[in-house]
Ligand binder design. Structure first.
Ligand code: ADP
Ligand code: MG
Length: 324
């Protein structure tokens, strides 16, 4: 049965690429990397009950496990080419397995196709539901965007809006019915179907001094840039880009906490020298995601956030608050 399943995956994800010499079906895939390019490689796993709730639509799982990987390539300024897929599926009747595979493959392909990403192999085992994808992308030598290159005085920017996915998760957990509320539907869609900012990542090559994708929340991920760059960051709470759907669904304190500490947005957070901010913002606006300046890099360590009155926000048991 495994073989018919793999055939099904191959058929539903088919994507012709000349650089794939051997795809699904042999002992290993054989690919021809372009001369003079470096490879950027990443892998991410999603486990049922940990990274997505039981009962999540298989198409959403297929989209998201690819999206989180493509987001890692975006954060490196790499353009995607190939993927591997390791599937662990519970033992269940064939019809159910097929239904899962078909949905999963369709969600995966919806995102893979526009990026011309080819699924070239994988592994299939039985056990608790878990999906892993590894992606390979190209980047010109020495041009990968890294976390450690920020300089004091650089401006911190972020693409898109922050906090939507965490708000969507909160709504799901509180039993919101998507059909009843367009704002809730938007936020839950942002959770299930994040948009990897691949074009933005390419546009940042040679201009951003540091870059990371926001998967664990802005404070945590900008914290990684700070650590790698041996600097601190100062943010203005009032500048954090929040969607009208988020602001319409939660009060100011809750939406600020989602924007600062919520995960799963898969926006890019990056630093650029002040002289490049305007042109980078112009380019990212043309790409549709936009980029908002939210603060700057400073000597020191750690991320600090200032409110509109200039008071530093502090962390407490409810999250980040005007508690100082
Ligand atoms: P082997 O035992 O040689 O690893 P497998 O039976 O695991 O062979 O896989 C057969 C072929 O199918 C290989 O080319 C492998 O890459 C591919 N494959 C297996 N599982 C998947 C999957 N979930 N998605 C994509 N390709 C897969
Ligand atoms: Mg195998």
């Amino acid at each position: 049965m495994e073989f018919r399943l793999i055939d099904r995956i191959r058929e539903r994800t088919a994507q012709g690429r000349e650089d794939v010499r051997l795809g699904i079906g042999d002992d290993a895939a054989v690919v021809a990397p372009p001369a003079g390019q470096e490879l950027a490689i990443a892998v991410d796993t999603m486990v049922e009950g940990v990274h997505f709730p039981h009962g999540t639509d298989p198409a959403d799982i297929g989209w998201k496990v690819l999206a989180v990987n493509l987001s890692d390539l975006a954060a490196m300024g790499a353009s995607p080419a190939w993927a591997l897929l390791a599937l662990t599926l519970p033992r269940q009747p064939v019809a159910q397995v097929q239904q899962f595979i078909d949905g999963f493959a369709d969600g995966f392909t919806q995102l893979a196709q526009p990026h011309r990403l080819a699924l070239i192999g994988g592994d299939t085992t039985s056990g608790p539901l878990s999906v892993s994808v590894a992606v390979h992308g190209f980047v010109p030598p020495g041009q990968a965007l890294v976390r450690g290159g920020a300089r004091a005085g650089d401006v911190v920017l972020v693409t898109g809006t922050l906090g939507d996915a965490a708000a969507g998760l909160r709504l799901l957990q509180s039993g919101a019915r998507v059909t009843e509320d367009a704002r809730a539907a938007y936020l839950i869609e942002r959770l299930h179907r994040p948009t990897p900012r691949l074009q933005a990542g390419l546009a940042l090559r040679g201009r951003a001094t540091a870059c990371i994708d926001v998967s664990d929340g802005l404070l945590a991920d900008l914290g990684h840039i700070c650590e790698a760059s041996a600097l601190g960051a100062e943010l203005e709470a009032s500048l954090l880009p929040r969607s009208p759907m988020l602001l319409g669904s939660f009060d100011d304190v809750a939406s600020l906490n989602f924007a600062l500490a919520g995960g799963d947005d898969y926006e890019l957070c990056f630093t650029v020298p002040p002289s490049l901010v305007a042109e980078v913002q112009g380019d990212l606006a043309r790409l549709g995601c936009g980029a908002t300046r939210i603060g700057r890099m400073v000597e020191g360590a750690g991320v600090r956030v200032r409110d509109e009155q200039g008071q530093w926000l502090e962390s407490n048991h409810r999250g980040w608050d005007h508690f100082a």
